[in-house]
Design a protein around this ligand. Structure first.
Ligand code: ZN
Ligand code: ZN
Length: 56
């Protein structure tokens, strides 16, 4: 997998940083948001209201 950060040689992670849950990338030890292009707030994951609204 290659992204713009790979090309630029920037230290980063291809996993998704999920709020306080951490990173989805196994072995990822640096959980700083700076090196994670993909960041999801935990509140978005925990709240089912979006799904309910869509179903209704
Ligand atoms: Zn990359
Ligand atoms: Zn990561």
């Amino acid at each position: 997998m290659t992204c713009v950060d790979c090309v630029a040689g920037v230290e980063h992670c291809h996993g998704t940083l999920v709020g306080s849950e951490g990173c989805t990338e196994p072995g990822c030890e640096d959980l700083s948001a700076d090196r994670h292009p993909l960041v999801i707030e935990a509140a978005e994951v925990d709240s089912p209201r979006h799904l309910v609204a869509t179903a209704a």
